[in-house]
Design a protein around this ligand. Structure first.
Ligand code: UDP
Length: 333
């Protein structure tokens, strides 16, 4: 029987999907989450401990009590936009926490860490698609904290797989798992909001040097990200070396293409207003995902096509909207 896995941030968006995948694979799971941004309704599998992933005494105690052999570290602040206004908060949450966590886990005998990193570590790419050995030149405090946390992990004394997500998207509505950020800053849920409520989606920049003038991203389904974590864990547990792997599809979609997919999924038009560029946004991020396929045996599935992502995201969006209405809340921002 494989050792239990500690999942920090397991009540969050990607973390909860990974917990589901671990449980489905028969792994025992302990979720550590302070519920500052996580969702209690996502706590459906394993043992839950409420607390801070950056509290070394707590992490050490939980690892020893449960015989934890590996950690999946999701707990983090995740908004490029918010990081620009709060770089210190992002440094504490994403770098200092990771540093405390890795030392406590190492001292408690943990032998593998899988870390949620981000394509934001690259900054504006010199060419597309982006391979993992592209220079790390982050343009936002968020991206800088992920790059720094990768460095901390590389020196932490525990084999670590840093998974550089491109744009996590979609949902697993059959398990009640979907994106529930508050405030919501991400494109797909905002575009769904605009379609369903008839509000206006602000598009950050229409004069980028891309085919239609809007930014390009590589959207990857959250369920595919979850299976990548299992693949990275298996790699480390069979003695594979740590390192960094891109998680993306290798295909880019512009903001306008996403809007088109949202219109198809919802059957409604999205009213768009082009506003100035958002600080910290690189023009285009598209993964070269071949290293993950070669080393981890992972590649994105058909769930990561844009229409499939948006269809699942819309089902998830309706779940959240219905819950919000039932709780007497108004529309989300
Ligand atoms: N975006 C936009 N309007 C919004 C939110 C996002 O035009 O209300 C754009 C943003 O500039 C970026 C893309 O959509 O080019 C994806 O942004 P998101 O915040 O979803 O993810 P990020 O790439 O920042 O991680």
């Amino acid at each position: 029987m494989s050792a239990p896995v500690l999942v920090t941030g397991g009540a969050g968006y990607v973390g909860a999907s990974a917990v589901r995948a671990l449980a489905a694979a028969g792994r025992r799971v302990v979720v550590l989450d302070d519920l500052s941004t996580g969702t209690r309704a996502h706590l459906r599998w394993g043992t839950f401990v409420e607390g801070d992933a950056g509290d070394p005494a707590l992490v050490g105690r939980v690892c020893r009590e449960h015989g934890v052999g590996a950690v999946l570290h999701f707990a983090a602040k995740t908004s490029v936009e918010a990081s620009v206004g709060d770089p210190d908060g992002y440094f504490r949450a994403n770098v200092v926490t990771t540093s405390h966590l890795v030392r406590a886990a190492r001292d408690a005998g943990v032998r593998a860490i899988v870390f949620s990193s981000s394509a934001a570590v690259y900054g504006t790419p010199r060419a597309l698609p982006i391979p993992e050995d592209h220079p790390l030149e982050p343009e936002s405090p968020y991206g800088a904290t992920k790059a720094e946390a990768e460095r901390v992990l590389a020196e932490g004394g525990v084999p670590a797989a840093c998974l550089r997500y491109f744009n996590a998207a979609g949902a697993e509505p059959d398990a009640g798992l979907c994106e529930r950020h508050d405030p919501e800053t991400h494109l797909i849920p905002r575009a769904l909001d605009a379609a369903a409520r008839g509000s206006t989606l602000r598009v950050f920049g229409g004069d980028w040097p891309t085919a239609d003038g809007t930014c390009v991203r590589d959207y990857v389904h959250v369920a595919d990200l979850a299976t990548a974590h299992l693949a990275a864990l298996a790699h480390l547990e069979r003695g594979g070396r740590g390192g960094a792997w891109n998680l993306g599809t290798g295909r880019g979609a512009s903001v306008r293409e996403v809007v088109g997919a949202v219109e198809r999924a919802t059957g409604r038009p999205v009213r768009v207003e082009v506003v100035p560029r958002r600080r910290g946004d690189p023009v285009a991020l598209v993964a070269d995902p071949r290293r993950a396929e070669r080393d981890l045996g992972w590649r994105a599935t058909a769930r990561s096509t844009l229409d499939a992502i948006v269809a699942d995201a819309f089902t998830g969006w309706r779940t959240v909207a219905a819950e919000t209405a039932a709780a007497g809340g108004g529309p989300r921002p």
